[in-house]
Design a protein around this ligand. Structure first.
Ligand SMILES: NC(=O)c1ccc[n+]([C@@H]2O[C@H](COP(=O)([O-])OP(=O)(O)OC[C@H]3O[C@@H](n4cnc5c(N)ncnc54)[C@H](OP(=O)(O)O)[C@@H]3O)[C@@H](O)[C@H]2O)c1
Length: 361
């Protein structure tokens, strides 16, 4: 028997709380499952949203858990598990659940790798000031989201493509920038960020930067379009913060639908305030109508990242080559999960917020 700690909540009126339970590692899994001792995990804004939207009449009184990204070591395996997953292997991934009884802010995670396919053998960057488990926990969900935007909508993006990234400073956008530049060879990436983050994002590799806090965003992007881009419109507009500024004037910015251009959002029409998220901001009727309308004048997609092995393999490869190193904002011991959650709520992180689950990392 071992003691497993986990950050849990019941509904949106109960706080995130660390609870302990005894588990028998030999009996807690079936023959299709592995048991991973989690060494590190990271937070994502979705963790805060799910807790905030856990209305008690909808989600019931069961214990729910935090987080999806994990890294750790396989400590048990069932007899039917693919032999490529062995006891002692270092793995990381994105554990998909909504209000599951298992999350990754926990000492142990039991999963079936043929169902939870966003899992890979971990690789460490050639040179990093962080422990390899900390780095491995810091990328699956954001990298998978960026990969989905670039590969799952049938676009053929390449060196001549032009991409506009609204929310240049987010961790998802950083992964998108790296995949676009290093894998697809995209030469023109324009980002939108706060005026204080312009230098930061220039160093990360954006070619041009517009601001969202010095006047209307389309005006700031418009100057770059007319000036530096010779009025050549974008093949992809990727929104990682939520907004609707471009829709009334989309033809000025996005290439025609016939050229397979896309506006893709991972956050909808409204910027969510993570300290006080409202359902109205999260689920806008306009977003749903735009997504469902078959007669819209431009290709629009709003998506949620799903489990996929391809993005885990590409992420591990890029990390090994040194072409993508996840950015880390801060690292907290599990006991300080509350501070980590507050930092995520501030919406000012530059990189991922990681929790060290195994104390001696
Ligand atoms: N649909 C999906 O599957 C999916 C998956 C992952 C994430 N998401 C969503 O995508 C968003 C980004 O997630 P993340 O984890 O990458 O975020 P993050 O790394 O926590 O983003 C933090 C950054 O957001 C920037 N920011 C704050 N307000 C902004 C604004 N009004 N306009 C532009 N940038 C702003 C800040 O930089 P500045 O200094 O530039 O303000 C800050 O550094 C979240 O809304 C999240 O819920 C969706």
């Amino acid at each position: 028997m071992v003691t497993s700690r986990a950050v849990t909540f019941i509904n949106n009126s109960t706080p995130a709380t660390l609870v302990k339970k005894e588990i028998d590692l030999d009996k807690c899994h079936d023959e299709n499952q592995i048991v991973i001792q989690v060494y590190a995990a990271s937070l994502n804004p979705v963790d805060l949203l799910l807790h905030s939207f856990a209305y008690k009449y909808v989600v019931g009184s069961s214990m729910k858990t935090y987080s999806r990204d994990y890294s750790g070591v396989i400590v048990k395996r069932g007899s039917n598990v693919d032999p490529k997953w062995k006891v002692g292997d270092k793995v990381n991934g994105m554990f998909k659940h909504l209000y599951g009884d298992q999350g990754t802010l926990s000492d142990y995670l039991v999963l079936d790798p043929s169902q939870q396919v966003a899992i890979v053998h971990s690789t460490a960057p050639p040179d990093s000031k962080y422990n390899e488990f900390v780095v491995s926990a810091a990328w699956p969900l954001v990298f998978g989201t960026a990969y989905t935007a670039l590969f799952n909508f049938g676009q053929k993006l390449g060196p001549d493509s032009k991409i506009l990234v609204i929310g240049a400073s987010t961790s998802v956008s950083y992964a998108l920038l790296k995949i676009a530049k290093e894998v697809l060879g995209v030469k023109t990436m324009v980002g939108v960020c706060s005026s204080k983050s312009v230098d930061y994002n220039k160093k990360l590799g954006y070619d041009y930067l517009a601001t969202y806090d010095q006047g209307p965003i389309p005006e700031s992007v418009g100057k770059i379009l007319v000036g530096e881009l010779n009025n050549e419109k974008f093949d992809l507009i990727f929104d990682s913060v939520g907004g609707s500024d471009f829709f009334p004037i989309i033809d000025r910015f996005l290439k025609p639908k016939s050229q397979n251009s896309y506006y893709l959002s991972i956050a909808g029409d409204n910027k969510i305030k993570y300290s006080e998220p409202s359902l109205r901001d999260a689920i806008s009727p306009w977003t749903i109508l735009r997504r469902l309308n078959p007669f819209k004048s431009f290709n629009y997609g709003l998506f949620l990242v799903d489990s996929q092995s391809e993005y885990m393999e590409l992420g591990a490869k890029m990390i090994k080559e040194g072409t993508y190193e996840p950015l880390i904002d801060s690292v907290y011991p599990l006991e300080e999960f509350q501070q980590a959650i507050e930092k995520q709520k501030s919406n000012t992180a530059k990189g991922k917020i990681v929790l060290k689950i195994k104390g001696d990392l």
